[in-house]
Design a protein around this ligand. Structure first.
Ligand code: ZN
Length: 299
């Protein structure tokens, strides 16, 4: 079985009230990245944020975050394109990553795109109401073809973040269009704690994703869980040859006393060892994902 790639979803837009260890600033991201790298992570997915935790889509904030993480850790980088921070056009959302790609020292290896649209309001089951009612994460087909073709030209591999089976089908369409280089890297988003716009974090929820993957090509997939504990599914994914994307950005893990990201990686490594699966270094992951070190920017 391939080595296990551990991706850390280091901060998202999570607040510190349930886990005070969420990194916000570039320095904090750099410190946390070094710790998760030492624990066994290969990739870091991050959202640039200001010192008070508010989201930022400024190019300078992306640059500072990438420089800090790269210098401290050598992890493969997977920055956000901005889910709700950049409410403008596809070009607006892509602008910081375009800027990073033009500097070889800062060009990220990966970038998440979500091949579909979904409601991202959270349902409060105790109060029997939605906490908000109008938050829709929109990714039109025009946006997706634009993201895919630009990322390909920039030498950045897309992480195909799929919230449900229709996302997987749309990702396959992008692959068929020749916009995604081999091997495709799928990231299955499960949702708990009222995140209803994604599959439940259950064996059935995971299997629905994997059942709809193309069977005629080599690919990689990982799984994460927004709003809930990933560990039960992480074990299933590790045993099935999948990969794991975990972090306190997705869930504060009160079961572990609001740990830091490195603690979560430690626990995933222990699970892998239990069933004899080796853990991939950043260089292993680069090779497995087919990411060249010095891909030229085409235009
Ligand atoms: Zn994210």
């Amino acid at each position: 079985m391939d080595k296990l790639i551990i991706e850390v979803r280091i901060n998202e837009y999570a607040p510190r009230d349930t886990n005070p260890q969420i990194p916000f600033t570039a320095n904090e991201l750099g410190r946390d990245a070094a710790a998760v790298r030492d624990a066994g992570a290969a990739i870091v997915h991050f959202h640039p944020r200001q010192a008070d935790g508010s989201p930022t889509h400024a190019i300078s904030d992306y640059e500072a975050a990438v420089a800090a993480i790269r210098q401290s850790s050598g992890l493969l980088l997977n920055p956000t394109l901005g889910q709700i921070t950049a409410s403008g056009s596809a070009i607006d959302r892509l602008r910081p990553v375009e800027a990073l790609a033009r500097n070889p020292a800062l060009r990220p290896e990966l970038c998440g795109i979500d091949p579909g649209s979904t409601n991202i309001d959270v349902f409060d089951s105790a109060a029997r109401r939605f906490r908000s009612g109008d938050r829709v994460y929109v990714n039109s087909h025009d946006t997706l073809t634009q993201f895919s073709s630009r990322l390909r030209a920039l030498g950045i591999k897309p992480a195909l973040a799929c919230w449900s089976v229709p996302f997987v089908r749309t990702a396959c369409a992008l692959i068929d269009m020749g916009l995604i280089d081999d091997p495709p890297y799928f990231f299955f988003v499960c949702g708990e704690g009222g995140t209803l716009g994604a599959h439940p974090a259950t064996p059935e929820g995971l299997r629905a994703f994997t059942d709809h993957l193309p069977r005629d090509r080599k690919l990689l997939w990982s799984v994460g869980c927004k709003g809930g504990n990933l560990f039960p599914l992480a074990m299933a994914a590790i045993a099935a040859g999948g990969h794991v994307a975990i972090g306190i950005g997705d869930y504060p893990y009160p079961e572990l006393g609001a740990p830091n990201n490195a603690r979560l990686v430690d626990e995933v490594v222990k699970l892998a060892r239990l069933i004899g699966r080796e853990v991939a270094s950043p260089e292993d992951a680069r090779h497995m994902l087919g990411i060249r070190k010095s891909t030229p920017v085409l235009c």
